[in-house]
Design a protein around this ligand. Structure first.
Ligand code: GNR
Ligand code: NI
Length: 177
């Protein structure tokens, strides 16, 4: 048997680190970022999820990884200092989940399409024009870098209901262990 890989644990809300805006990645951070990114992918694939932001593994840097795995083929994207530079006037609503709110899902409305500028691990700049699930995922990950969770886009009533449901389910899961 292989040794289980040492993966960074994914923080679950409520947690202070999930509410704290992350700082920009600087050139001096790039060695640490190059070590962290593969571990973030491993944690994301294991979960499984389609995106993971550094604050979710308690690292306060503007770094996220995304892989929508279209047709189960891996298409990993590392986003260093991603920024939304254009949003459509049209909005779209889709169900979202979050690895930091395990088992919780809600309809979230956001701009239907976005342009995102970012750098890769070599410092090369890129732009993506995204719509559909990719647009929602990129906005969701950039929100994490600003200390924002998808529940922050819901009414206070829906947010409180979902947070209480999460706390109750976690309490039950711990009691059953
Ligand atoms: O796995 C995830 N699925 C998802 C579905 C709809 C919109 C956004 C996402 S991202 C989420 C993983 C996660 O928590 N990323 O921060
Ligand atoms: Ni999330």
């Amino acid at each position: 048997m292989d040794e289980p890989e040492d993966l960074p644990p994914i923080l679950v809300a409520p947690h202070r680190s999930l509410k704290t805006p992350a700082r920009a990645v600087r050139p001096a951070d790039m060695d640490a970022v190059r070590l962290l990114a593969p571990r973030m992918f491993a944690a994301m694939y294991k979960a499984p999820g389609i995106g993971l932001a550094a604050p979710q593994v308690d690292v306060g840097l503007r770094l996220a990884v995304v892989d929508l795995m279209p047709g189960d083929v891996r298409q990993p994207i590392v986003l260093v200092n991603p920024e939304v530079t254009r949003v459509s006037t049209e909005w779209a609503t889709r169900e979202e989940g979050c690895l930091s709110l395990p088992g919780q899902y809600a309809d979230v409305s956001r701009p239907a399409s976005v342009r995102v500028a970012y750098a890769d691990l070599d410092g090369k700049r890129h732009e993506i024009d995204a719509e559909g699930l990719m647009a929602a995922c990129l906005q969701h990950e950039i929100d994490h870098l600003d200390g924002v969770l998808f529940v922050d886009h819901l009414s206070a009533l829906k947010r409180n209901m979902l947070m209480r449901k999460l706390a109750k389910e976690r309490k039950l899961a711990h009691a059953e262990k």
